[in-house]
Design a protein around this ligand. Structure first.
Ligand code: GLN
Length: 535
């Protein structure tokens, strides 16, 4: 009998619902329960694939090729379990499904309305994950903030769902902010009271309040919140700002969030959750014995979330190497041949980031040349790998006009080109090469050394590819194509000779790094940076 936890947010956005949901899930999983998390986003885009990284942060891609919200990355990093298309639903997708059904005539002449048709579709989606696997608990995070117009159908669906399956199987956790007024030296509960009132108006009494706060919640504040928001006092959970998101499961454990949930569901509480591996990781993370600086050359740095999974992969890889990895964001547009030495002067490693479009390409090429010629560890991801191929063509093969057709459609040497099946593709949403693909590694290569096997699976999200017309020219001139897609023969990994660590990957390894399974290209890159640093 599956139980359902809904996580809503109040007062402001960006309170970290995803982290709280993932932390609760981690604790329950560590108690031996089967748990999964899904996110419902109230915007009209069918998926986040078409959203600007400046506005919405990274687009996270699942094995089955769904372009999803970056919170799914947290779910995977915390739970060490892959998510899928079904774990992220938007209002756009809900409406698309309902409208398609209407066009098919499935509603038999009925007037199609938000209630019941949209809410029915939301309710159907709540339980969809149960078809994939049996779960004890499904956590559903509702994006946005209670009080937004677009959240209303979701709240109504939760109200109905709770009524349908019974209160004993449903819980609502409301994540809220308790602001601190410096002048008055006081924590304030009023915004939370109002936010809970909004929920009540939608027919939902929250069961648990998780309170984001910069200061510990004194008992009288807990009592006040409990009284005014009609929850029991033990259900007021303090969520203090943490040094790292990976501390949050332990903070929630201390506040007994997991026990409170289990109790409300009348589930057995036996002993404590097994967090041994998690604590080992935290121990290493917090006590590094080394230090390296990695420059992240990209162009979406205005919003740190645009490279979320890359930053998190470095946290995991740093812990493995007991090394504090300082990732320094650098705008590729600010790098040129004159200043590169200066701009990247103390780099122990250079990562050229994924991205789209021609802006900032020159700086990326300059940074890659700098890493290649000065034997600084280099790691190129997706566009970063494509740029490494272009740089090699321009400066080693001597084709000064070589380019990716994304940047120069009329280049005489289109070393990175549109895939055949992309040429007539005019629809933008969901049409890239997406999701997990097999890749065969060449024995004796750096890639083989990193992964320790000849067959891997990694996730993709791109339209352009290494152009195999030039494969021989590259190979004859020292470029190693060490990873090949066995079905399409596409080049997925490139390396070069006589360099301590130079690797470009067409896929996105950052999407598969978790606390329990740090991604090997990242861990080896950090190790190489450390060796470079020590020299
Ligand atoms: N813009 C490139 C492509 O579409 C690279 C995409 C990426 O870095 N994710 O192929």
């Amino acid at each position: 009998m599956t139980r359902y936890v809904f996580v809503t947010g109040g007062v402001t956005s960006s309170l970290g619902k995803g982290i709280i949901a993932a932390s609760l899930a981690k604790l329950l999983q560590a108690r031996g329960l089967q748990v999964t998390i899904q996110k419902f986003d109230p915007y009209i885009n069918v998926d986040p694939g078409t959203l600007n990284p400046y506005e919405h942060g990274e687009c996270y891609v699942t094995d089955d090729g769904a372009e999803t919200d970056l919170d799914l990355g947290h779910y995977e990093r915390f739970l060490n379990r892959p998510t899928s298309q079904a774990n992220n639903v938007t209002t756009g997708r809900i409406y698309q499904t309902v409208i398609n059904k209407e066009r098919e005539g499935a509603f038999l002449g009925k007037t199609v309305q938000v209630i019941p048709h949209i809410t029915d579709e939301i309710k159907r989606r709540i339980t969809l994950l149960e078809k994939e696997s049996a779960y004890d608990i499904i956590i559903t995070e509702i994006g946005g903030t209670v009080g937004d117009i677009e959240s209303l159908p979701y709240l109504e669906a939760i109200r109905q769902f709770r009524r349908d399956v019974g209160k004993e199987r449903c819980l609502v956790i409301h994540l809220t902010l308790i602001p601190y007024l410096k002048a008055a030296k006081e924590l304030k509960t009023k915004p939370t009271q109002h936010s809970v009132k909004e929920l009540l108006q939608a027919g939902i009494q929250p069961d648990i309040l998780v309170c984001r706060t910069e200061h510990p919640l004194p008992n009288e504040i807990r009592e006040k919140l409990a009284l005014f928001c009609n929850v029991d006092e033990r259900s007021v959970i303090e969520a203090m700002d943490a040094d790292t998101i990976y501390d949050v499961p332990l903070l929630m454990l201390k506040e007994k969030l997991d026990k409170t949930v289990l109790k409300k569901f009348n589930l057995k509480i036996a002993g404590e959750p097994d967090l041994g591996q998690w604590k080992d990781f935290l121990g290493k993370l917090k006590n590094p014995t080394h230090e390296v600086k990695i420059y992240l050359v990209g162009k979406y740095h205005e919003l740190r979330d645009a490279y979320k999974s890359i930053y998190e992969s470095f946290v995991h890889a740093g812990a493995v190497n007991e090394c504090n990895v300082t990732v320094i964001p650098i705008h590729s547009e600010t790098i040129d041949a004159e200043n590169v030495q200066q701009r990247l002067k103390d780099a122990d490693g250079i990562l050229v980031a994924p991205g789209f479009g021609e802006r900032g390409i020159e700086g990326k090429l300059v940074a890659i040349r700098h890493a290649r010629e000065n034997k600084i560890p280099f790691f190129g991801i997706c566009l970063g790998m494509q740029c490494a191929v272009v740089e090699y063509a321009q400066n080693v093969l001597g084709w000064k006009d070589a380019a990716s057709t994304e940047v120069n459609p009329s280049s005489p040497h289109p070393v990175i080109d549109f895939m055949e099946d992309q040429k007539n593709q005019h629809i933008k949403g969901g049409t890239m090469r997406l999701g997990s693909y097999k890749c065969k590694l060449a024995k004796g290569s750096l890639a083989f050394k990193i992964y320790g096997k000849t067959e891997i699976n990694e996730r993709h999200r791109h339209r352009y590819e290494f152009n195999n017309t030039y494969l021989k020219d590259f190979q004859d001139n020292g470029l190693i194509t060490s990873g090949i897609n066995p079905e399409s023969n596409l080049v997925e990994i490139i390396e070069i000779k006589d360099h301590p660590f130079f690797i470009g990957v067409q896929f996105h390894p950052e999407l598969k790094s978790t606390v329990e399974n740090p991604q090997p290209v990242f861990t080896h890159f950090v190790k190489a940076a450390l060796t470079y640093h020590q020299k």
